[in-house]
Write a protein of this length. Structure first.
Length: 432
C-alpha cells in the first residue's frame, strides 16, 4: 500500500461538528407558575424533565443557549457505565456490594437512553459498540486483568484479550491487552438532546432556549425577561453553577478535547477494527479514547496535564492537535488519517469524581444535579431526582451528598486554591 504523508501543518476547524445543524430557539417572556422548573437542557436536565412529567407534574425547562449546547452536546457520545471510574475502581473504593449498586445505577442510565431512542425513533447516530479498555504498556496490563477480575466477581459479561488476541479486534501493535464488555453504544448526543426536546414538548413540557437564568431563589428562578415560581427547582447546569453563585466550593471543571477525521473508506475502517468497531479508551491516568461515528469518521479525544484543570476552554490548541494526531499515528502507523474538526469541552467535576445530587443547604426547594462525569450517570440522576423528591428515594444519597467527606477539605482548599485542591483530590481518589 502506498503511504501518503499525514498532513499536520493545517489546523482543523475550531467547530463543534454536531452544532452545524443547530435549530432556531424559542425564548421565554413573562411570568409562569409550575410544579417543577428545570435549569439546564443537557442530558441531566432533559432526563429530569421527562421523569417529573412522567409522574404527572407540570414542568418548565430553561436553557441559556440551546438543548445540548453544553458538555452533553460537545461530548464523545460514549454511552457506557464507565466514566472516570471503571468497575475495578469502584470495587477498590467501596467494596464489591456497593460497587455493584453504583455500576447498576450507571447501567440504568444506559438503558434509559436506549429506551428513549427506541421508543421515540430518535435519529442520533445510534451505533452499538462494545466498550474496550486497552493497556498502553506491559505493566499496565495488570490494570486490565484487575478490571476483568472485577467484572467476573460481579458476574458481568466481559472478555479478556492478551496482546496477540487484541490485535484481532484492534489492529494496532501498540497495545498490550484489553478487556471488553457489551451492552454499550455511541450516539450523537447533541441530536439526542434536540430530539428529546421535541419529544418532551409534545408531552407537555414547556422548553425555552436562549433564556438564561440569572438568579435561583427560594421559590423559583429569574431570567432577564421572566420570573418562574415552582414547587421544585432542579438545577442541572454542570460547571456553570458557580456563575449563578451556587456550589462555588463544590464544582470545578476538567477539560478534554475532541478531534474528528475526514471520512475514511470502508477498507480503512477494517484496518482499524478488523471485526467491528469498538468504543476504546486506554489505561493511562489522562487517557485517550476513540470510536467511529457516522460518515466513517474517526473521533479521538484526550487531554494533558496542563490543560485538564486549566479552568477555561482552550481553543485552537496546537499542542493538543499535535498530541491527538500523534496518538493516532503511533497507534495506527500504517494508516493515513487526516483530521477536519477540533474542539475543547469542559465538564463539571466534584472533588471525588462522583456526582453531586442533593438539596441546597438553605433553599429547600432547590435540588442540584451537577458535576456529573458520564452521560449515563446524568440520565440516571435525572430520574433519581424525581424518584427522590416525589417518592422519597434515598438509597444512594450518601454517595451524592454535598456534605460527604472529600480527600481535600475546604480548609486545605482555601490554602492551596481551588484548581490545586480539585486536582489533588481527584488524584487521591484515583490512586487511593
Amino acid at each position: 500500500m502506498q503511504r501518503i504523508k499525514q498532513t499536520t501543518s493545517l489546523m482543523p476547524q475550531d467547530q463543534v461538528f454536531w452544532y452545524l445543524d443547530k435549530q432556531s430557539p424559542k425564548r421565554l417572556h413573562g411570568t409562569i407558575k409550575t410544579d417543577v422548573v428545570v435549569v439546564g437542557g443537557g442530558m441531566a436536565g432533559l432526563s429530569a424533565a421527562q421523569s417529573f412529567r412522567d409522574k404527572g407534574c407540570s414542568v418548565v425547562l430553561l436553557e441559556k443557549n440551546y438543548c445540548g449546547a453544553g458538555a452533553s452536546g460537545k461530548s464523545s457520545g460514549f454511552i457506557t457505565p464507565a466514566s472516570e471510574y471503571n468497575v475495578s475502581d469502584l470495587v477498590r473504593l467501596f467494596g464489591q456490594h456497593e460497587a455493584n449498586r453504583l455500576w447498576q445505577f450507571a447501567c440504568s442510565g444506559v438503558q434509559s437512553i436506549k429506551k428513549n431512542i427506541e421508543a421515540f425513533g430518535i435519529d442520533c447516530d445510534y451505533q452499538q459498540q462494545d466498550s474496550l479498555l486497552v493497556a498502553n504498556s506491559s505493566s499496565a496490563y495488570a490494570k486490565i486483568t484487575s478490571e476483568y477480575d472485577a467484572h467476573q466477581k460481579l458476574s458481568y459479561k466481559s472478555q479478556l484479550y492478551d496482546k496477540a488476541a487484541l490485535a484481532s479486534i484492534v489492529r494496532s501493535p501498540e497495545y498490550y491487552g484489553g478487556v471488553s464488555y457489551p451492552d454499550t453504544f455511541g450516539i450523537n448526543t447533541y441530536r439526542y438532546c434536540q430530539a428529546m426536546k421535541a419529544t418532551l414538548e409534545t408531552s407537555g413540557v414547556q422548553i425555552f432556549e436562549e433564556t438564561p437564568v440569572v438568579t435561583v431563589h427560594a421559590n423559583g428562578v429569574d431570567t432577564v425577561d421572566a420570573r418562574l415560581e415552582a414547587d421544585h427547582i432542579i438545577v442541572c447546569v454542570d460547571r456553570f453553577a458557580p456563575d449563578l453563585k451556587l456550589l462555588a466550593n463544590d464544582v470545578f471543571c476538567a477539560q478534554t478535547f475532541l478531534m474528528l477525521s475526514a471520512p475514511l473508506s470502508d477498507a480503512t475502517i477494517k484496518q482499524l477494527f478488523p471485526d467491528r468497531p469498538f468504543m476504546v479508551w486506554d489505561s493511562d491516568l489522562l487517557y485517550y479514547y476513540y470510536r467511529i461515528i457516522e460518515g466513517n469518521r474517526l473521533m479521538i479525544g484526550g487531554t494533558n496535564l496542563t490543560s485538564i484543570f486549566w479552568g477555561k476552554e482552550q481553543h485552537n490548541s496546537r499542542t493538543m492537535v499535535t498530541a491527538l494526531q500523534g496518538y493516532a499515528k503511533k497507534k495506527f502507523p500504517n494508516i493515513v488519517i487526516n483530521f477536519e474538526y477540533f474542539w475543547p469541552g469542559l465538564i463539571g467535576i466534584s472533588k471525588d469524581i462522583l456526582p453531586i445530587a442533593d438539596y441546597d443547604s438553605v433553599m429547600p426547594k432547590v435540588y442540584y444535579i451537577n458535576a456529573v462525569a458520564g452521560l449515563p450517570w446524568a440520565a440516571a440522576l435525572g430520574r433519581y431526582s424525581a424518584d427522590k423528591i416525589l417518592d422519597k428515594r434515598d438509597d444512594l444519597d450518601h454517595y451524592f451528598s454535598l456534605t460527604r467527606k472529600f480527600p481535600v477539605g475546604l480548609l486545605a482548599q482555601s490554602i492551596v486554591g481551588k484548581r490545586i485542591a480539585f486536582g489533588l483530590s481527584n488524584l487521591t481518589m484515583l490512586y487511593k
